[in-house]
Structure formats: C-alpha cells, structure tokens
Design a protein around this ligand. Sequence first.
Ligand SMILES: [Fe+2]
Ligand SMILES: [Fe+2]
Length: 191
Amino acid sequence: MATRCATMLRRYCMIMRQNFSKSCEDKLNDQINMELKACHQYLAMAYHFDRADVSSPGIHGFFLKASLEERDHAELIMKYMNKRGGLIRLGTVPEPVGEFRDAMDALKHALELELEVNQHLLDVHALASKENDPNLCDFIEANFLQEQVDGQKILADFIRQLERAKSDTGDYLFDKYLISAGMHQAKKREN
Ligand SMILES: [Fe+2]
Ligand SMILES: [Fe+2]
C-alpha cells in the first residue's frame, strides 16, 4: 500500500517533468554526492586543524566555511532536481582523509578535490549539451563553473604563498592571512 502511494505521488512529480533525461538525472545525483563528499572532507580538515596539537584557527575557519559552501552546493542541486521532476538519490559518503602533515598537505588535497569536482561539473555540462537540455546547461554555468575556477585560483595562490613562507614564522603569518578568507567568496562580493 505504501509503495503504491509513493508511486502515485511520484507520478505527480513526473507530470511536470519535461526534457530531463534519465542520464542527466543520474549525473546530477552523482554531482550531489560529490558535493557532500567535499563537504565531509572539508569538515574533517577543519577539525584536524582545530586540534590542540595542531592549533591553526585560520585554517580551521577556512575549511569550515568551505564545508558549509559544499553543503549549500548540494542543496542547490537538490532544489533544482525537484524543479525538474527528478528523483534525488543520496549515496554513502566516503570516509574522508583525516590526518594531514601540515597546511600545505591539506591545501594540495583540497585543490585536487576541487579539480575532481570541477571535472565532474564539466561532464554534467557536456552531457546536458548532448541531451539538448539548455536549462541544465544554464543552471551549471550560472551557479558553478566560474565559482569553481575562482576557488581553484584561491587555493593555488595559498599553496604558492605558503611555499614562499617556508619557515614556522611564515606558517604562522600565513594562518593569520587566511582568517577572513573564503574559497567561494568572489561571486558573493560581485553581487
Ligand atoms: Fe562545490
Ligand atoms: Fe568547492
């Protein structure tokens, strides 16, 4: 009975579905799960740098903000999925890396993760083009592609600046530099 009821409700969802392929729906579900993986990874990084034996409040705050931003990304896609009449399928979030040698190690890991997320966004866009779905193309372009590139530049800058600091004192000053920084702030400042 419960299954029949769920199927009927699903039909109400489907009657407004138009030009939204199953392959795009699946790919967007993968994207939601990638954003949640990034959310989880940045949360693990944030609380690694909050440990008393690590004690880097600037990097803690930076990754905590990044984690919330990734959660926002996942929810933005979930809202979009419901607008298109798709079915959200949340998967298992993989266990994040929890130990980092230093700030450089974490920043390099974050940049790798962002490049992976960006590649998947580009794949979503390519699939949407192939499926002739301009609405999905527009959604990805308007909300993700520039923000990804901006975030990747910020991470690459931080990696280079930390390389230049080289000493413990430099590391400390670098942490101060990060306190008010956010990976995805450029777009918000423009608005
Ligand atoms: Fe993201
Ligand atoms: Fe990101």
